[in-house]
Design a protein around this ligand. Structure first.
Ligand code: M6R
Length: 621
């Protein structure tokens, strides 16, 4: 949560800071702020509750500055307000800090600093860091020429402050009296540095850097960097100076444009034929009737020896993991368990030596998933990361993995990442199946079905107008049920989550047959049930569940295969999708559910891409 940016160089810092904050706004958007430093040692702060537009509106008259830091917030400690917005000042304004993360011992540090005379204005944990740095600065003997000693005394000051913190941080500090330097540090919250020509950049992820530089450096935990306009030095807490590892940024500024769509979410829904194609590109091995992956970093023999898979993730990625469970069990005949990362990290499951872990994540930064990954690695299990964001922490810390290649997903509601995760899991299940019992001809058939998928998704998207009509009819309802069986049970959960998060309507996903064990009590004429019922082994059984809902007066919206005439006699509304094999159905059935959530939220006037209380990547526990 929270996005931070920083700039030092010859341009007007504010231009990069605002562009960067806009690109990071998905990480949190309840307040934002900037601190700018002029060479005359003047620190100007502007901050405001609300979106970046509110911040921009109060930037008039700020002095030209070529050094600055900025922040967009998702509140943890202290309500969203002007005062609690970052940056925070320390001491008498000698330093300003922006921070992403949580300081767990901030109360005790605050008490101590207050008794030392430091005055706190906000309810945040971050202000503690600012005052701590200021207090450590006081103890620093005067240094005549800081540049001559490469700002090492300032590094020592920040390090002394950080050593007192318990918790996580990605942070940047600027100093009123040394306007030619920025210090940045990371423990648990991501930081990416951009190396420019006579200028340097800081960001929480690589997106702000696109269009400014394609040379990037990922800061690791316990590392600090000292940036001037024309130098960048990285230090590790224990190892001292470390060489810069410069990576090339592939992302282009245009990749983050909304194009002609009204919202990122709609754009991302319609990008799915291409994102699924990208997930498969070069990964289908026709000669061997299997899938192939470049970065698993485990030999086929090692993978073959695995007897069990544990998938761990949060939110939508967890739903994709559940799809993976059905797909792996059916294609690879391997036992799979799906664990919420937030549960797995504190659990002590009896896993044997032949257990492989999959960490599924769009952002690659989700704190719970990262913690579960670390815990599983600590116990000696190999972890494969299935991630979208290249270079993200989970991608870096996994033993191997597969990138989704879905491109930037900016809408807070995850859409294309889900279908790409399901696609990658289907390919992995094919690969694991072929290492075991799956025959060549079965493998070849699955490859053929996978190849047809992008076109099937294109056809499924043609239901958009129909879904819009249905959305208009039911947008006033306050409760929804989503029901599906087998492969479509996780999709029911995903459909309910989409509706909840962007339209604030209560929705529950349930296995269709389980509904009669309780949730059926919710059914009345104001509570629509969305049934996922493409053709498959449980079609007739689900039909009986539809009858049960109709018998109790509940409206039914049925997602059915094209040409299905049977459901028509019962359902109030039908949305048709193309038929595919059962193991691929979630990738198709999720499309009308994503669109339904989208159009209902539009009809209710909700903020689609930035729903209330949420943030795109949840980097706190
Ligand atoms: O980046 P991740 O996939 O790890 O994120 C996990 C969840 O926070 C995320 O899927 C969340 O549930 C989405 N807002 C759902 O649309």
């Amino acid at each position: 949560m929270c996005g931070i940016v920083g700039y030092i160089g010859p341009r007007e810092a504010i231009e990069y800071l605002i562009t960067g904050l806009r690109r990071l706004e998905y990480r949190g958007y309840d307040s934002s702020g900037v601190a700018l430093l002029t060479s005359e040692r003047h620190l100007t702060i502007r901050k405001s509750a609300g979106r970046i537009d509110r911040l921009e509106a109060i930037l008039g008259g700020i002095p030209a500055a070529s050094v600055g830091i900025g922040h967009t917030r998702w509140a943890t400690h202290g309500a969203p307000s002007d005062i609690n917005a970052h940056p925070h000042l320390g001491g008498d304004g000698e330093v300003a800090v922006v921070h992403n993360g949580v300081i767990e011992n901030f109360q005790s540090l605050k008490r101590r600093l207050e008794s030392d005379g430091y005055k706190f204005c906000s309810a945040t944990d971050t202000e503690v860091i600012a005052h701590l740095v200021a207090s450590c600065l006081k103890l620093q003997p005067p240094v005549e020429d800081m540049a001559a000693v490469q700002y090492r005394p300032l590094v020592a000051v920040v390090q002394a402050a950080l050593s007192q913190l318990q918790g996580t941080y990605g942070l940047t500090v600027i100093f009123r009296d040394w306007p030619e330097v920025l210090i940045v540090a990371r423990l648990g919250s991501p930081i990416v540095l951009g190396v420019g020509d006579g200028e340097n950049f800081i960001a929480s992820d690589a997106s702000p850097l696109a269009g400014y530089t394609d040379k990037i450096v990922y800061l690791a935990d316990h590392e600090m960097a000292v940036l001037t306009a024309d130098s960048m030095r990285v230090y590790h807490r224990d190892a001292g100076h470390v060489d810069l590892q410069i990576h090339t940024l592939e992302l282009k500024a245009g990749d983050m444009d909304m194009g002609s769509y009204d919202h990122y979410m709609l754009k991302e829904i319609f990008e799915q034929p291409e994102s699924i194609e990208n997930a498969m590109r070069g990964r289908l091995d026709f000669d061997a009737a299997t899938a192939k992956f470049g970065g698993l970093n485990l030999t086929p023999q090692q993978l073959r020896s695995m007897r069990r898979i544990v998938m761990t993730a949060c939110g939508t990625s967890w739903h994709a993991g559940m799809v993976g469970e059905y797909v792996f069990e059916s294609l690879a005949r391997m036992p799979v368990e799906v664990e919420y990362a937030s549960e797995l990290r504190y659990k002590n499951p009896p896993l044997d030596d032949h257990t492989l872990i999959f960490a599924l994540t769009q952002s690659g930064e989700t704190a719970d998933t990262l913690a579960a990954l670390r815990e599983m690695k600590r116990k000696g299990h190999p972890v494969l990361g299935i991630c979208n964001v290249v270079g993200s922490t989970i991608a870096q810390e996994s033993d191997g993995g597969v990138y989704l290649r879905a491109g930037p997903e900016i809408g807070v509601a995850s859409t294309k990442a889900f279908s790409s995760q399901c696609t990658v899991l289907a390919m992995l299940a094919l690969y694991f199946g072929r290492l075991r019992h799956l025959s060549f001809s079965a493998g070849a058939r699955i490859i053929h079905q996978l190849q047809e998928l992008p076109d099937k998704v294109r056809q499924a998207l043609q239901c958009s107008d129909k879904v819009k009509e249905v959305a208009a009819k039911y947008a006033h309802c306050n409760n929804f049920l989503y029901l599906g069986r087998q492969f479509n049970f996780p999709t029911a959960l995903e459909g309910a989550l989409k509706l909840k998060e962007i339209s604030y309507i209560h929705a529950e996903g349930y296995p269709a047959a389980e509904m009669k064990h309780g949730p059926i009590a919710l059914v009345d004429k104001h509570t629509p049930s969305v049934f996922l019922m493409p053709h498959g082994q449980t079609y007739d059984k689900v039909m009986s569940n539809v009858e049960e809902i109709k018998a109790r007066g509940g409206p039914v919206i049925a997602i059915v295969c094209e040409g299905d005439r049977e459901v028509g006699r019962l359902a109030d509304d039908m949305i048709e999708i193309p038929a595919v094999e059962e193991f691929l159905q979630p990738i198709i059935t999720v499309i009308p559910l994503q669109l339904l959530a989208y159009y209902i939220a539009v009809a209710r006037g909700c903020d689609i891409d930035k729903p209330r209380n949420l943030a795109k990547s949840v980097t706190v526990e």
